[in-house]
Design a protein around this ligand. Structure first.
Ligand code: ADP
Ligand code: F6P
Length: 322
């Protein structure tokens, strides 16, 4: 192995820069030349390669976003696009590729490995924490912290005005982010894609809480919930209870800003581990951390196996909301 490349793909996440820095410096340390591919798979197809040095990644460990930029690339969903990407990697003499991204990015990476024999290792970069084979994804801890700060602030108004607030957080099809924010923010309820959503049941529980003396409440709502709309849920709850309801959609604020210490450390460990995997001749795998230890699973498992929510944490949320 003489030359490796790294790209960031899908939704950006805080800590992607730290991961890129780790790949570059670990790779250089092993004597490899390292290329950065700009704008994910789109940049690969556009042949946007940049030679990386230690200085290319100076001063970025504390920055959110990704200096390599990220993109969603339609052409890569087609086999022809993947084939073109593989041909470009071979022509540029890239012996190994690190893909930092979420499950979609892993699917593209898997095709490069399985259909074209490209050596590829994935590192989990997404705020959603929905990747199997790792307890945490890079960016999740930061996003939880940002959403939590918003929840704490909103709680002040909820309490002062005896209101019910619904705070919508990201997470795509999974409730990992919502559950963590709800548990840490002391939410009265969390509405999650992994559990059924029953408006009547929610209203009954809210009324019972009111009878027990709660005058305000806060619900954390995962954007991917089957109900479909936090705003509509708010309207239906207002119509069925005495609560004055307000809805706050946190949006992209959750995806930006400086990564936490945990995310920086995770990204540094996983970026370096991805290079170790390539150097050892392993491919079609993703790196992660389980019980604080770096582990490797197949890209297939990482991308396709649904990561279950911690049921004990869901139950704990319920117990705390009394
Ligand atoms: P994330 O990686 O954060 O889950 P996406 O699902 O948008 O984000 O995936 C990022 C990119 O990965 C897509 O824009 C596409 O280029 C590529 N990709 C996603 N799914 C596939 C797939 N099934 N086959 C090939 N490429 C894919
Ligand atoms: O995967 C990260 C994420 O922020 C999800 O939580 C969200 O559903 C999605 O990306 C938004 O994607 P886009 O940036 O394309 O709007």
């Amino acid at each position: 192995m003489q030359q490796i490349a790294v790209l960031t793909s899908g939704g950006d996440s805080p800590g992607m820069n730290a991961a890129v820095r780790a790949v570059v410096r670990a790779g250089l340390n092993m004597g490899f030349a390292v290329k950065g591919i700009i704008r994910g798979y789109q940049g690969l197809l556009d042949e946007c390669f940049e030679a990386m040095t230690s200085r290319s990644v100076s001063g970025i460990i504390n920055q959110g976003g990704t200096i390599l930029k990220s993109a969603r690339c339609k052409d890569f969903y087609e086999d022809a696009g993947v084939a073109r990407g593989a041909e470009i990697l071979k022509r540029h003499k890239i012996d190994g590729l690190v893909v930092v991204g979420g499950d979609g990015s892993y699917r593209g990476a898997r095709k490069l490995a399985e259909q074209h024999g490209i050596a590829v290792v994935g590192a989990p970069g997404t705020i959603d924490n929905d990747i199997s084979g790792t307890d945490y994804t890079i960016g999740f801890d930061t996003a939880v912290g940002v959403a939590l700060e918003a929840v704490d602030r909103i709680r002040d108004t909820a309490t002062s005005h005896d209101r019910l607030f619904i705070v919508e957080v990201m997470g795509r099809h999974s409730g990992h982010l919502a559950l963590a924010v709800g548990l840490a923010g002391g939410a009265e309820m969390v509405v999650l894609p992994e559990t059924p959503t029953d408006v009547e049941g929610i209203c009954r529980a809210l009324k019972q809480m009111r009878e027990r003396g709660k005058t305000s409440s806060l619900i954390v709502y995962a954007e991917g919930d089957e109900f479909g709309s936090s705003i509509e849920l708010g309207k239906q709850i207002e119509a069925r209870t005495h609560y004055s309801v307000r809805v706050s959609v946190l949006g992209y604020i959750q995806r930006g800003g400086p990564p936490t210490a945990n995310d920086r450390i995770l990204a540094t460990r996983l970026g370096a581990a991805a290079v170790d995997e390539l150097a050892a001749g392993r491919t079609n795998v993703a790196v992660g951390v389980v019980n604080q230890k770096v582990v490797t699973v197949s890209l297939e498992q990482a991308a396709e196996q649904r990561k279950p929510l911690r049921r004990d944490l869901v139950e704990l949320c319920g117990v705390m909301a009394t």
